[in-house]
Design a protein around this ligand. Structure first.
Ligand SMILES: C[S@@+](CC[C@H](N)C(=O)[O-])C[C@H]1O[C@@H](n2cnc3c(N)ncnc32)[C@H](O)[C@@H]1O
Length: 385
């Protein structure tokens, strides 16, 4: 099919999809929320002319969602994660991010005993990712290392940022050492526009980047890092939104009516057997992950219905997201200039010399949630002495 590139045509097409799916229990949201590289499968052509506008619409859709959703939405999502059989969710992912981040900083601090470290938590939410670092510091009693840290928490929700501040100020580690932290109440994109180059030694982020459809945020993060700066990213990965044919199957489970489904099928010219044919492109691990993620989406829909007496319709999150294949994300990180290959990192970067694995499954049974570590490898490469 011909790709749509004109912005008003894209908006009209998007509205038609929303109308077709208006009766499902988990609102679909704009298709511009999907990872940019998959939009062509959805009939949308991303061009040099329309890319900026598409990205802005996508970001706005996610930001509106963050403003509307509440703790009740969050509870529904947590319960759906458990019901879908994900034994380990965001809490465990944060603990892996915290462990990996502290191990890397420890190695760098050992190498240079006078160095101080500036850490930034991107999409800090209510502080759970930074807290995971503090927990690790407390567990190993690394108070001297802590004295050399300063945290910057970037989070657009002021409410969440206040909760994060309270969490940090009352953490047990403060009985031993003062925690230096700077809360920044804005989006990563706005913050990185004004932050100077080379400011941070470590950027961490957990469960945030699957809300960013285009990789434009990665290059500024790299620039904000010191010459040998490190990234540790926890996130969710699936391909259930890669093709409309996959989504049609999910819509059926979410209770779409016959007319809406027919319209959706016509819009994307979906034929019998397309979903199973396209599934063969995926690895067995991806297929397994998708099964669980579909169960998760289905359970969220059910939770929204079950909790409808306690939550208004505006509190429901939207179902399309910028999840992508794990390899796609690694490719984007490499395109932005990060070194993600463990052998190269071990050869060239102090912090990675003893690292057994820089791509860690959060749940050993599937690759839906992964923690990855990489570096902006310096011009002058520093190996451990
Ligand atoms: C699922 S929460 C994760 C919070 C925290 N990292 C954790 O693991 O508990 C995602 C967070 O990303 C934030 N967020 C969304 N878009 C963002 C953006 N463009 N820049 C910075 N943060 C963003 C949201 O406000 C939200 O608090």
């Amino acid at each position: 099919m011909d790709l749509i590139t004109n912005l008003s045509d894209i908006k009209a097409f998007d509205e038609r999809i929303t109308r077709a799916c208006s009766d499902i229990r988990y609102p679909i949201g704009s298709i511009l929320r999907i990872a940019g590289q998959y939009l062509a499968n959805w009939g949308i052509g991303v061009t040099e002319e329309n890319k900026e506008a598409i990205e802005a619409l996508s970001l706005r859709s996610y930001q509106d969602e963050w403003k509307r959703t509440t703790g009740t939405t969050h509870d529904a999502i947590i319960r759906a994660t458990e019901l879908a059989g994900f034994e380990r969710g965001n809490t465990y992912m944060n603990s892996v991010v915290g462990d990996v981040a502290v191990d890397l900083m420890f190695a760098m601090a050992e190498y240079d005993k006078t160095r101080t470290f500036r850490l930034c938590d991107i999409g800090a939410g209510s502080g759970e990712t930074t807290k995971a670092i503090l927990d690790r510091i407390e567990y190993w009693k690394l108070y001297e290392l802590m004295e050399r840290f300063e945290f910057t928490l970037i989070e657009p929700s002021r409410k969440n940022l206040n909760i994060a501040g309270d969490k940090i100020e009352t953490h047990r580690v403060t009985e031993q050492v003062e925690i230096k932290f700077i809360p920044i109440g804005c989006t990563t994109h706005k913050f990185l526009e004004r932050v100077g180059k080379g400011q941070y030694d470590l950027a961490i982020s957990s469960a945030v980047f699957h809300h960013m459809s285009f990789p434009g945020y990665l290059q500024p993060i790299r620039e904000a890092l010191a010459e040998d700066g490190v990234v540790v990213i926890g996130d969710w990965y699936t391909t259930i939104w890669k093709y409309p044919a996959f989504v049609a199957e999910v819509l059926k489970r979410l209770g779409i009516g016959r007319y809406g489904l027919n319209d959706f099928i016509q819009m994307f010219d979906i034929r019998e057997g397309d979903a199973s044919r396209l599934e063969k492109e995926l690895t067995p691990e991806q297929q397994e992950t998708n099964k669980r993620m579909i169960a998760y989406v289905y359970n969220i829909g059910n939770e929204f219905v079950r909790m409808s007496s306690r939550m208004g319709p505006e509190e429901r999150a939207e179902f399309l997201e910028a999840h992508e294949a794990f390899d796609d994300r690694i490719g984007k990180l490499e395109d932005a200039g990060f070194v993600m290959d463990l052998k190269e990192l071990k050869d060239k970067h102090t912090a990675f010399v003893n690292m057994p694995n820089n791509k860690i499954r959060v749940d050993p049974k599937n690759d839906a949630a992964m923690v990855v570590a990489g570096a902006k490898v310096p011009g002058k490469l520093r190996k451990a002495a």
